[in-house]
Design a protein around this ligand. Structure first.
Ligand SMILES: [Zn+2]
Length: 399
């Protein structure tokens, strides 16, 4: 079944590439044409259903590179997780997936949950049973006994245990492997945020096992020692990458140069509540941390968008506030859309399938009022979402 969508502007690819008076022709779950409306007409069979949005923009579906569907974004997400059984958790996760889709997020990378539930939700969405973005699931993150996010169930303390856990994740249908290279903020009693959790040998074992199964590795890394070890081990993306030391920050030009040269993507996982975080963290220290991102970008490091949705105050229905973080550190709206579409797809290894609007790509797109290439706020007015060709009307959108 074909569908023709016409709009005042169609964003087709990276760097703000767009056409005025554009159209996207969708067949089933695939884009067959994206470009000028006049050319779309010749390819469209008579009687094809057409949706017309003369004052709106069509752009590639947004990608959130860092979510935790298993966490509820309340003030105590880990406590709530402990108090929720798997059946209720899966239902709650389905609601969170739907809220992401409402915002035009058509792909998410879930970087850690419990009992393989995100993978089950992924399969239900893929089968069309539930509305939601396409989910790439890390299943169980690799951590230490009592280490960062141990409560997801992935404790491993030797090289062999690490290898076994990665293999179990692969067998359990993981799409990506997540390793907690350092401590983190949400684990009571865990190691401090700057402290490395694994040796270089153990991190290399994670990468070897993952790459042997053709999966990428996402490394959670705050502290500089953990960042450097993860980079040396050959991970594919760095999450947070805050360069935090026990007393302040410890930036290393040599490590940043390698991150840039190898094209390792960095996902700052800036919460929609990053302003509140800055207040709690202390504005000066927060500004210093934010400046590290700009510093990396200036050295050619490729950044991507992610929200850490699920951790405290990181809600599932406010992707745009998270994107405003990049505006705060000096990115233009067109550049920011790249970080959430084409660059994100590259980081996740799915650039041949999504992240831009071109023939053969999945029909992942959203329609928003106005022109988000010049005003990011336009992304808040979502009229329609297509995820893998499936139409989704955001709750609250005018029909
Ligand atoms: Zn996270």
């Amino acid at each position: 079944m074909d569908l023709l969508i016409t709009a005042g502007t169609v964003v087709t690819g990276a760097k703000g590439r767009h056409v005025r008076d554009g159209a996207v022709l969708v067949r089933g779950e695939t884009v067959v044409y994206a470009g000028h409306r006049s050319e779309a007409g010749a390819r469209t069979a008579p009687g094809t259903p057409t949706l017309s949005f003369p004052d709106a923009t069509v752009l590639p579906g947004l990608i959130d590179c860092h979510v935790h569907l298993a966490l509820d974004a309340g003030s105590d997400p880990v406590g709530t997780l402990h108090a929720t059984d798997d059946k209720d958790l899966l239902l709650a996760m389905a609601g969170r997936a739907r809220r992401l889709l409402d915002c035009g997020v058509t792909t998410v990378r879930d970087l850690g949950d419990r009992a393989g539930l995100a993978a089950r939700l992924r399969d239900a969405v893929a089968a069309g049973v539930l509305p939601g973005p396409r989910i790439l699931s890390a299943t169980t993150p690799v951590t230490r006994t009592g280490g960062h996010c141990w409560f997801f169930g992935g404790e491993a303390d030797t090289e062999n245990a690490v290898r076994d856990l990665v293999r179990r994740n692969v067998a359990g249908g993981a799409d990506v492997i997540k390793v907690m290279a350092t401590g983190g903020g949400i684990t009571k009693g865990g190691p401090p945020i700057w402290q490395a959790q694994f040796t270089g040998t153990e991190l290399r074992a994670v990468v070897e096992e993952a790459h042997a199964a053709a999966l990428r590795v996402a490394a959670h890394a705050h502290g500089t020692e953990g960042i450097a070890a993860a980079v040396a081990a050959g991970v594919d993306t760095l999450e947070h990458c805050t360069w935090i030391a026990e007393d302040g920050f410890d930036v290393r030009e040599d490590v940043v140069a390698v991150i840039a040269e190898r094209g390792i993507h960095v996902c700052p996982a800036a919460s929609p509540d990053w302003r509140g975080f800055a207040e709690r963290f202390g504005p000066r220290r927060a500004d210093e941390m934010f400046a590290r991102l700009r510093w990396m970008a200036d050295r050619g490091v490729r950044l991507v968008a992610g929200t850490d949705a699920g951790v405290a105050h990181a809600v599932f229905d406010d992707f745009v506030s998270s994107l405003e973080f990049f505006e705060h550190i000096g990115f233009s709206p067109a550049e920011i859309i790249d970080l959430a579409t084409t660059e994100a797809a590259e980081a996740l290894g799915i650039a041949a399938e999504t992240g831009l609007l071109a023939p053969g790509h999945r029909a992942d797109l959203l329609v928003v009022d106005g022109n988000p290439l010049t005003d990011l706020q336009c992304l808040r007015d979502v009229r329609l979402v297509l995820a893998g060709g499936r139409r989704h009307l955001p709750s609250g959108a005018a029909a």
